[in-house]
Design a protein. Structure first.
Length: 387
């Protein structure tokens, strides 16, 4: 299963988004221009990442976080100008660095954030053009599966974090961001079974439990009976970071009522989780989050968090909407949005002369030019390939 491609079967049964925001000819011209400009911006972003590579270790970015190298190598591989028949030297060195971070337990990490690093590195390994590092990928997959939480009574959904995956280590807490990275890696790692079926006794993720955990992070009373869930229009259908905790805090609804604020980036992570877990696109949870995301679309901020996590938001949006093959969003008032033009032009206009991007809001590492550039470049790759 290749990265940067549409999974058109996923969208069967999705509500059809109709309407044209501009006349057809002008719209097509705008998209053709965006595709060309995006290709140039991707090339500049990749050059910046390659220049940032440690010539000795092959790491791109902080060596203690191999996930950043994983994101960077995905950017290098997604560059539409590269020779598809040859693996760039920078990518080869990056893969060698990722392999050097493999641990005896099967994880790919150095210090902490074990699931985050392993999951993103596993996704990068599955993108290797020649299919190298398959043994390493199988070990990483087994490790990620083993991180799924089952607290208190085994096999019983008796803890709000059961079924999800967190950062790893001794923590019993799952969160939607880590869970979606794990589900993404396992989604692409399905190709391993096509090459060599897993043994009957191989560990498998409990997808029913994973979907239940994801559902416990959604502001939707029809599928989440938690006391914090709100049906107020501003948050209904969106997702929060983990059951009972929103990184955007509370919203005062008046009359003594409060709601945990839904967030754009994590709502796309929730949508992707449902897609990777192969939930029916007609499922009310999928429809509800799509409605919230359409009504709260922004190309200038991460809804609910303003500038915080902006590039994570762009990247998760581009992954979700391209895998669902959605070229336009439609708000409840009838406004039609060509999200690729909106986000694509925003990124084109904010790229630095060096080819990099940075977020002036430093939370979640986005002031790090290498990390932000990898996310921005990947966003443009998804947009470019969908045009």
């Amino acid at each position: 299963m290749k990265l940067f491609t549409h999974v058109t079967s996923v969208v069967c049964g999705l509500m059809v988004l109709t309407g044209m925001s501009t006349p057809v000819a002008a719209r097509n011209q705008n998209q053709a221009s965006l595709k060309q400009e995006a290709a140039l911006a991707i090339r500049r972003g990749v050059k910046f990442l390659e220049k940032s590579q440690d010539v000795t270790t092959g790491a791109i970015g902080e060596a203690e976080q191999p996930a950043i190298t994983g994101l960077a190598v995905l950017s290098i591989l997604g560059d539409p100008s590269r020779d598809p028949e040859a693996l760039p030297g920078s990518a080869k060195k990056a893969y060698d660095f990722i392999a050097s971070a493999a641990q005896p337990d099967g994880g790919i990490y150095v210090k902490g954030l074990a699931n985050y690093n392993t999951s993103i590195c596993l996704t990068a390994l599955m993108a290797h053009p020649a299919g190298d590092f398959r043994l390493l990928a199988r070990q990483a997959r087994k490790y990620v599966i083993g991180l799924q939480q089952d607290n208190e009574e085994p096999g019983q959904a008796d803890h709000s974090h059961d079924g999800g995956i967190g950062y790893g280590g001794s923590s019993q807490f799952s969160d939607l961001s880590n869970t979606h990275f794990a589900l993404e890696a396992l989604y692409y790692a399905q190709a391993l079974d096509a090459e060599e079926p897993a043994s009957p006794d191989a560990p498998r993720l409990n997808y029913e439990a994973a979907i239940a955990f994801v559902s416990r992070c959604q502001n939707r009373q029809a599928s989440n009976t938690s006391s914090w869930v709100s049906e107020d229009p501003a948050n209904k259908g969106g997702f929060i970071y983990e059951p009972g905790i929103s990184k955007a805090g509370e919203q005062d609804l008046g009359g003594g009522k409060k709601a945990l604020r839904s967030v754009g980036s994590i709502s796309y992570a929730g949508l992707l989780s449902l897609v990777y877990a192969k939930l029916s696109p007609e499922d009310g949870r999928v429809q509800a989050v799509l409605e919230w995301l359409q009504n709260n679309f922004s190309a200038t901020e991460n809804p609910g968090l303003e500038g915080q996590g902006l590039y994570y938001y762009y990247h998760s949006m581009a992954k979700a909407l391209t895998i669902l093959n959605l070229s336009e969003l439609k708000k409840s008032d009838g406004t039609v949005i060509d999200w690729r033009l909106e986000v694509g032009n925003r990124l084109l206009n904010s790229q630095e002369p060096a080819g990099s991007w940075t977020n002036s809001t430093a939370r979640w590492r986005e002031s790090d030019a290498i990390y932000a550039t990898a996310l921005a470049t990947l966003t443009l790759i998804h947009i470019h390939n969908s045009l």
